[in-house]
Each structure stands twice: as structure tokens, then as C-alpha cells.
Design a protein around this ligand. Structure first.
Ligand code: JHZ
Ligand code: ZN
Length: 421
């Protein structure tokens, strides 16, 4: 792996030929989503005519460590640093989920004014603020300056930087080690996976725990959540692949929980000593039984993605031919993959709504749908709304009762396109 190229000015991406975790040379591609623009790189309306950078999006399986990964690594400075539009706090369900996570940790461990909780990719402070409320010292680390500034505003001390092995050493020298390290939906985002995990190892006290969340590969495959594949997500984890990765760094998966969030996630508890619990053994045995650690498991996936695309397009073209208007909900990163892979744009969809004020007024990457506030659904009354943020479908359907009462209907695209009144 040659990560050095990424730091040369002007080099936007590189194609990996070896496994990004174990270095294995036998990567097997099993899904090609074509050249796509960057999913979180929203377009300013005045730049609407400027060609966008697109990058290959090919997914591969490593038989040596069972890790599913994309082959292209886009320079993190391009992906995350400037104008990154994702703010966790726009999703009430995520806030509730994070608060419950913190309350469970507080119930399990004796944490007080001399403890330290660190979060990697702490975004706008959505999680750590719950520790602050309980008088537990925290430090957030996040490279995106907008969300980091928002975190400081709500009283969450935040260092605006990428977390790397070197950063960890410096941090430990200045602040000491942590009792708890949180890292939610970030492990898949880092180009130097091994450096990141080595940094966590260094950051943890001997009796510390890293509580890490990521989407679960098994659910992605089962529910055809192919739209969660985009350049920010370099890895797609099974418990087996995670176990292989952490063990190489003297860290052990001792407990795992399955979560509903983001279409099905894992929360793993990683410690610097081995005490493998039943939850880990059960899930790993299940993965072995169904063959999630073999290439065969992924053989049909590409065809299933195409079937979903065909069904969705057939539905949308039928609705359009009947004279219906269609909008979309959620300027989510996954929405960009869904629109671009299906070839949907302003010819079929009039606009997309999103609560995030930082996204409103911009255009979706590739598809160029204008992003408007959710109130526009009631105001403009499109006949149908394609639910791009399907992971928050229940919450959004409840919130849009007025639009639905007025006859508005939603199209939920995964695992199979269906209409909800
Ligand atoms: P949401 C994000 O992906 C970002 P995205 C990131 N790449 C990642 O790894 C995954 O999460 C896990 C809006 N919304 O969170 C907010 C409403 O408008 O599913 C978001 O823009 N109203 C780091 O971007 C979008 O929808 C609402 O009521 O695919 C949802 O995006 C709710 C609940 C959300 O993730
Ligand atoms: Zn590997």
C-alpha cells in the first residue's frame, strides 16, 4: 500500500492493488458501481455547469482477512476537510441513540472528574455532550472544522485534526490515556486503517475500552443497501474481519451488540486484553456458517443490485408516464449513490428536501437536484417522494404526516422498492 501518494498536492486518489488492512494480494472485485462523484461534495448552484470530479467505485473481497473494501482511496483532505456538510445533530433518532449509549457506559463504569472519554470523529459534539452533562471530562477529535466549531459551541472541547498513530502519541503525551474511546462510523472512513487502530491501542488505558460502531456488512448484503457504498466508506465490516484487524494490533473484540441504526450496525467493545464473550463467538460462528468469510457469499450481489435498480426505475418511469410529480427526501451521502447509480436526476425528480440547513440551497452531487427545506413537501405537494434517507424512514414518515394526509406518498427503495401511503 502506498499512502504517500495521497499527500502529494494534486493527487486526488489512488487505486489499491493490495488489501487495505492485511496487505493480501488476492483482492476479488464483485461489484462495480461505475465512476461516481463524491457523495458528500454538494455543488453550489453557481458551479452547476462545472464538470465534477468522478472516481471509480469498485467493491472487492479479501480472502486473506475477509474484509470487503473499495479499491479507490480518495485523498481524505478532499473528502472531509473543507465544507463537509454532515452534522449528526440533525437526526433526533441518532441523538437519542447516542444518549442511550452514553447512559449505558456511565452505568457500567465508574467515571468521574478524573476520567477521560475521547471520541474520534466527534462531529458536532452530539455524543460527548452527554458526558459533559454528567461532569465527565471529554475531548473530541474531528478534522471537519464546521462540525468541530459547532461542538465547541455546545461545550465539547474538540481538536480539529485527523486521528492517526502519530496524533495518538502526541495526544497521550499531553492529555494522558482514555477510559473510553468512542468511534462511530469512522473506522470505515480512514485510509490508514492500521495506523488508526494502532492509535486507539495507544490511547486506551490498560483497563480502558473502545466502543466502536459501524454498519454491519451482513445487513448491507441482505437488505441490498448498496447505496451505503461511496468513497468515504473504504471498508465494510463483518465481525470476522474486525477480529482479524484488531488482533493484529493487540486489541480484542470482547463483546458485540447488533443495532438497528443505519440499516443495521455493530457496536463492538474492544479492549487491550482477551476476554471473548459469547456475543462475539455466536456472531462469528454464524458468519462462518453462512459463508460471510468467503467470496461465494458475494457472488449474487451485483445482480441483486441491478434488480433493485431496474425495479425502482420501472416504478419511477410508470409514475412519470402517469403524469405524477416526484421529489426526494434526504440529501444523504447514500442518496447520491442511489441517484447516480440509477441514473436519476432532474429529468425525473424535481427536488430533494433535507433538514440540514448547511445542505439547503446546494445541489446534489451528479444528479444536481436542488436541496430545499422539508416544509417544501407540504408547500409544493409532489405526488410521490423517494425516500433516500430510508434508514430514518419511520421518523421521517411520522414527521411528514401532514404531507401524507394531503395525499402524498413515499417510495422506499430498499430492500425492494415499495410505496407507503
Ligand atoms: P444519514 C452519514 O451518511 C454520513 P448519510 C457518513 N458518511 C456515514 O458514515 C453515515 O452517515 C453512517 C436528513 N434528515 O444520516 C439529515 C432530514 O432531513 O442517513 C441527513 O442529511 N430529516 C459519515 O449522509 C440525511 O437526512 C430527518 O428527519 O447517508 C440522512 O443522512 C432526518 C432523520 C434526517 O446519512
Ligand atoms: Zn485482507
Amino acid at each position: 500500500m502506498n499512502q504517500i501518494l495521497l499527500h502529494q498536492p494534486g493527487v486526488a486518489s489512488q487505486t489499491e492493488t493490495a488489501c487495505r488492512c492485511c496487505g493480501g494480494q488476492s483482492l476479488h472485485p464483485f461489484l462495480d458501481l461505475g465512476f461516481t462523484p463524491l457523495a458528500d461534495r454538494l455543488i453550489r448552484p453557481e458551479d452547476g455547469d462545472t464538470p465534477e470530479l468522478t472516481f471509480p467505485l469498485v467493491v472487492a473481497f479479501c480472502p486473506d482477512c475477509a474484509l470487503v473494501q473499495i479499491l479507490e482511496t480518495v485523498a481524505p483532505e478532499i473528502l472531509f476537510a473543507d465544507a463537509y456538510p454532515y452534522y449528526s445533530s440533525f437526526s433526533p433518532a441518532l441523538l437519542e441513540h447516542s444518549r442511550a449509549n452514553v447512559l449505558q457506559r456511565l452505568a457500567e463504569r465508574e467515571l468521574g472528574p478524573s476520567s477521560l472519554v475521547v471520541e474520534l470523529a466527534s462531529n458536532d459534539g452530539y455524543l460527548l455532550k452527554n458526558y459533559v452533562e454528567h461532569g465527565v471530562p471529554v475531548c473530541g477529535i474531528d478534522p471537519a472544522d464546521g462540525p468541530a466549531a459547532a461542538a465547541r459551541k455546545v461545550g465539547v472541547p474538540t481538536l480539529c485534526d485527523f486521528f492517526t498513530e502519530e496524533f495518538a502519541s502526541k495526544f497521550v503525551g499531553e492529555h494522558g490515556r482514555a477510559d473510553i474511546v468512542h468511534a462511530n462510523n469512522v473506522l470505515a472512513h480512514v485510509a490508514d486503517t492500521n495506523g488508526f487502530v494502532a492509535g486507539i491501542r495507544n490511547l486506551l488505558k490498560p483497563d480502558g475500552v473502545a466502543v466502536i460502531e459501524m454498519p454491519y456488512l451482513l445487513r448491507l448484503i441482505e437488505h441490498v443497501e448498496f447505496d451505503t457504498i461511496y468513497h468515504e466508506h473504504l471498508c465494510y465490516f463483518s465481525v470476522t474481519a474486525l477480529d482479524n484487524l484488531f488482533r493484529r494490533h493487540g486489541l480484542f473484540l470482547n463483546r458485540v451488540e447488533e443495532l438497528e441504526i443505519h440499516g443495521g450496525s455493530l457496536r463492538i467493545f474492544v479492549e487491550p486484553f482477551e476476554a471473548t464473550g459469547e456475543s462475539v463467538e455466536t456472531l462469528m460462528a454464524h458468519e462462518k456458517a453462512i459463508g460471510l468469510d468467503t467470496l461465494d457469499f458475494f457472488a449474487e450481489f451485483s445482480a441483486r443490485v441491478d434488480t433493485l435498480k431496474e425495479k425502482l426505475l420501472a416504478l419511477i418511469y410508470t409514475l412519470k408516464s402517469e403524469g405524477h410529480s416526484i421529489a426526494a427526501y434526504g440529501a444523504a451521502a447514500k442518496g447520491a449513490t442511489m441517484l447516480n447509480y440509477c441514473g436519476l436526476n432532474t429529468r425525473q425528480l424535481d427536488f430533494v428536501v433535507d433538514r440540514n440547513v448547511n445542505k439547503q440551497g446546494m445541489l446534489m452531487p451528479g444528479a444536481h437536484l436542488p436541496i430545499l427545506p422539508p416544509e417544501e413537501l407540504v408547500a409544493r405537494k409532489p405526488d410521490f417522494v423517494l425516500m433516500l434517507a430510508w434508514n430514518f424512514a419511520d421518523e421521517i414518515l411520522a414527521q411528514q404526516q401532514e404531507y401524507r394526509d394531503a395525499g402524498g406518498r413515499f417510495i422506499i427503495p430498499v430492500p425492494e422498492p415499495r410505496i407507503v401511503e
